[in-house]
Design a protein around this ligand. Structure first.
Ligand SMILES: [Zn+2]
Length: 89
């Protein structure tokens, strides 16, 4: 399977790595990258959404369980810690 990873998504994720302790990184990085690539492959995440997501103090690289079919949050909205995106066809 060919993975596409969005440049913007990658940059934001890479930004979250700063400040973490190196000894915790090895296994985690691979798992997170896999999860992000999975999201990028299945959902279209907009720049606005990535910017919103980047501003949250806590971020979970998981598609929001409360988003609608358009990828809009029906949960905490702007303050949601999950990421949102319209499912790709
Ligand atoms: Zn949400």
């Amino acid at each position: 399977m060919l993975y596409v990873i969005d440049d913007e998504m990658f940059d934001i994720w890479a930004g979250t790595l700063e400040g973490r302790q190196a000894r915790h990184m090895n296994g985690l990085v691979g798992l997170e990258l896999e999860r992000i690539m999975d999201i990028a492959n299945n959902y279209k995440v907009t720049t606005d959404e990535l910017n919103r997501f980047a501003e949250q103090s806590e971020r979970w690289w998981v598609i929001c369980p409360r988003q609608n079919l358009e990828g809009e949050c029906e949960g905490r909205g702007y303050h949601c810690r999950h990421i949102h995106g319209k499912p790709r066809d």
